[in-house]
Ligand binder design. Structure first.
Ligand SMILES: [Zn+2]
Ligand SMILES: [Zn+2]
Length: 360
């Protein structure tokens, strides 16, 4: 039986949402977010209504707000976990009360990137305009039932909410070709860089150094598993055509700053690899002579590998991740999203901040 709009309306009445309105942190324009009462999303055929438990604040959310890139009226937030509140009638057999995360659709399997094992950039992916998204900084979200994954019994919802950035990190580490005995540099010790460090450690890469300007974040990088940290100004430049004294085999650029990427390139060993993870507005200048002489590689990583979020949930559930250091202990209500974003952008909060839309 297909889940239809009538059932959506029925289920909304089942969960007693007053006047079909819910609280959401809405982008109101001019770099600002405000809590508003907005309609509970309409549940279309094939979709379920999920009550959001937690939703992480992502660097891309900061970018959408502070670069005024989002469209007014957009509800951001894509790193969420939640509970199905409208399940009866769903073709997929979901029932109310099941805890879920959203997992991306696998690639088509036939386009050129898919045939090359890169479904993360499948040509058939539905382009979604993230500038006007209806995301999870809200009490409810409507999502395709085909994209849901059950959260393992033993995994708290607040931890499952970081499945998305963990999947991103797993994909980046996989694409980098890093080996356990490689010396690795991570530039940018914010939430993304920290998860990369944790995933590297969980995958057996021991020698990980984090380059980060903010002392608080350098400290947290050690708590997450880095063996050392360095401030950007303390990295020395290499000799022309040579390497620094202790070069790195792989560098993950997670800050999104062009200067960090350029500095990371200078730290690489012969046959080293620079992995671009963090996006930014300034383009990076590449010293092509250096790339040639040292036979360096640069690789961009986007989205997730073919298995979606399943490996991320498994890793988070395995006990191998330093969750207390990766996730800030204090979650914020919707009314705290704007302040948390400002503090994150100033580097005052080192790790992942979770928003609890159901808490006022
Ligand atoms: Zn994200
Ligand atoms: Zn494809």
């Amino acid at each position: 039986m297909r889940f239809n709009a009538d059932l959506g309306a029925l289920c909304r009445s089942m969960i007693a949402v007053p006047n079909d309105l819910m609280a959401a942190a809405v982008y109101v324009g001019d770099g600002h977010i405000a809590v508003e009462r907005v309609p509970v999303p309409e549940v279309r055929p094939g979709e379920l209504l999920v009550e959001v438990s937690e939703c992480g604040i992502c660097g891309s959310d900061l970018h959408l707000v502070f670069s005024r890139y989002a469209k007014p009226g957009a509800i951001l937030g894509h790193e969420w976990s939640g509970t199905v509140v409208a399940g009866e009638g769903a073709a997929s057999g979901w029932t109310t009360g099941e805890r879920v995360v959203f997992s991306p659709t696998p690639g088509c399997g036939v386009c050129r990137p898919c045939r090359r094992g890169r479904p993360s950039v499948c040509l058939q992916r539905q382009p979604s305009d993230i500038r006007e998204m209806r995301g999870a900084f809200a009490q409810y979200i409507a999502v395709s039932s085909a994209n849901l994954l059950r959260i393992p019994e033993s995994l708290p919802s607040r931890v499952a909410a970081v499945a998305e950035p963990t999947a991103i990190a797993l994909h980046a580490v996989e694409l980098s070709g890093v080996r356990p005995d490689d010396r690795v540099l991570v530039t940018g010790g914010g939430p993304v860089g920290l998860i990369i460090v944790a995933v590297l450690r969980a995958r057996g890469v021991a020698d990980v150094t984090v380059c980060e300007p903010v002392a608080l974040r350098r400290e947290r990088a050690l708590a997450v598993g880095a063996v050392g940290t360095v401030a950007p100004e303390d990295l020395v430049d290499p000799s022309l055509g040579g390497t620094v004294a202790e070069p790195y085999a792989v560098a993950f650029e997670c800050s999104g700053h062009a200067s960090a990427a350029e500095r990371a390139l200078g730290q690489l060993d012969f046959a080293g690899t620079l992995v671009f993870v963090g996006t930014g507005s300034e383009p990076t200048r590449v010293n092509h002579n250096r790339m040639i002489i040292l036979e360096l590689e640069a690789v961009g990583t986007f989205n997730y590998s073919a298995e979606g979020f399943r490996p991320a949930l498994d890793l988070l559930d395995s006990g191998a991740m330093p969750l207390d250091a990766l996730i800030e202990a204090d979650a914020v209500p919707l009314s705290g999203v704007m302040e948390a974003m400002e503090r994150l952008s100033r580097g005052e909060i080192p790790a992942k901040v979770l928003v609890e839309p159901g808490v006022s």
